[in-house]
Ligand binder design. Structure first.
Ligand SMILES: [Zn+2]
Ligand SMILES: [Zn+2]
Length: 420
């Protein structure tokens, strides 16, 4: 394995006081502050040539940095080595019997993947392995209190679709600056299920593509399963068993493929305790596909759920749970729906394929995949106006970098003020 020194982590009691030495006295450049919620730390990177010094301050008493300082006082906490493929590195170490703190990578600062090797295996040094984030994507798990609801942005990793298909009749010179395509004309996209937690339980809205895709599809769609919903749930300190309800916006594979998984050659519900909430008319369409939508409705994504008796069908626009309401948009599919989350006088909307990314803010910029594009435009036009006026917090399911934000208008132009 090839490894490069990335940074040295230094546990400090007070990051501002530490900067008085590293920044003011030594005169070093310091990067912008970053909070890594999953590790409960605040970090400042201080580049020194190639590698950096990473100043770390605990943000909660149960942070590893807090207990380190309590036991040993401030000082060098860990050494980080950067590797190309962190999973391959962990597999190699496991095969040699090396004791690991994390057998699966977690999300670190800037969306990197990290895992620790136990100090007893590394002669008294805590070694962190790190795989850099892909600059095309930004995947972090972030929690937001929203009235009585807790909203957590999850992800099922990246994928790529044909740029032309993603922007329908819009010519490439207009969209390519907003969504630069790769050499195969594919643009980077994310799959971002949303977790809603409330007194009634935990609901996941959509659940990504999952792990059933064939090698050929993985290649065509540029899936990278190093980042997946399993890992995002781990970052949120949850498992598949933590989910009580899984709500589908529609049954396309990139939205509900993750609802089932293969166990001993058989397809089973992925969230073992969950009820699956599906609009009955969408189910009808998905189980009777035609030439135009057959490639998107993969029967193994949802038929095994009905066979297992875990589906609760609902009809029409409904309140699914207190604070969670669905509304049919049509357009993309005949029964495509968006999800309103309402609490404490505020509204957030999970817009699924109505506005797949922040590059789709113009009313007529709709996907070539849409079955009824004029219906999409009619609904979207009304919805975006309302979203701007009422300041809805919009969750963009397919944006490669922005999980949520407010749509704003200024000087005749629309843009997104990123929140998550
Ligand atoms: Zn879709
Ligand atoms: Zn989609």
């Amino acid at each position: 394995m090839k490894a490069i020194l990335d940074h040295i982590g230094i546990a400090v009691a007070d990051i501002e006081k530490a900067l008085a030495f590293y920044k003011d006295a030594l005169g070093l450049e310091v990067e912008a502050p970053e909070e890594v919620a999953t590790e409960r730390v605040r970090a400042r990177m201080v580049p020194v040539g190639g590698p950096s010094l990473e100043l770390l301050e605990a943000t909660a008493p149960d942070s590893a940095i807090a207990s380190y300082i309590a036991q040993r006082g401030p000082g060098i906490h860990h050494v980080t080595l950067r590797v190309e493929d962190i999973r391959a590195a962990l597999a190699q170490l496991t095969s040699r019997g090396v004791r690991l703190v994390n057998t699966e990578p977690r999300t670190g600062a800037g969306g990197s993947l990290v895992a620790f090797i136990h100090p007893s295996a590394a002669h008294g040094v805590l070694i962190e392995l790190k795989q850099r984030a892909d600059p095309d994507f930004r995947f972090e798990v972030k929690r937001l209190a929203f009235g009585d609801l807790q909203l957590t942005t999850l992800h099922d990793g990246p994928f790529r679709l044909d740029g032309g298909a993603m922007f329908g009749v819009v010519p490439r010179p207009l969209w390519e600056k907003l969504a630069p395509p790769d050499e195969r004309n594919r643009i980077p996209l994310g799959m971002r299920p949303l977790l809603v937690e409330a007194s009634w339980g935990r609901m996941i809205i959509d659940c990504g593509a999952g792990d059933k895709m064939t090698a050929k599809s993985v290649e065509i769609y540029g899936l990278d399963r190093a980042r997946s919903l399993d890992q995002a749930l781990r970052d949120a300190r949850l498992t598949s068993e933590s989910i009580d309800f899984a709500l589908a916006t529609h049954l396309h594979f990139d939205h509900f493929g993750g609802a089932t998984m293969r166990v001993d050659g058989e397809l089973r519900p992925r969230f073992s305790r969950a009820r699956y909430l599906i609009r009955d008319a969408e189910w009808e369409d998905a189980t009777h596909p035609h030439e135009r939508n057959r490639a998107s409705y993969l029967q193994g994504d949802f038929v095994p759920l009905r066979d297992a008796g875990v589906v609760d069908f609902f009809s029409g626009d409904s309140v699914i749970k207190p604070g969670v309401r669905v509304e049919r948009t049509g357009g993309h599919t005949g029964q495509h729906q968006i999800v309103y989350l309402e609490s404490g006088g505020r509204t957030a909307v999970f817009v699924a394929d109505l506005i797949p990314t922040t590059a789709h803010l113009q009313d007529p910029w709709v996907m070539g995949y849409d079955l009824f594009p004029v219906d999409t435009i009619v609904f979207k036009k009304r919805f975006i106006r309302e979203a701007i006026e009422r300041e809805y917090l919009i969750f963009f399911e397919h944006d490669p970098k922005v999980a949520a934000g407010y749509i704003r208008e200024g000087n005749g132009k629309r843009f997104v003020e990123q929140v998550l």
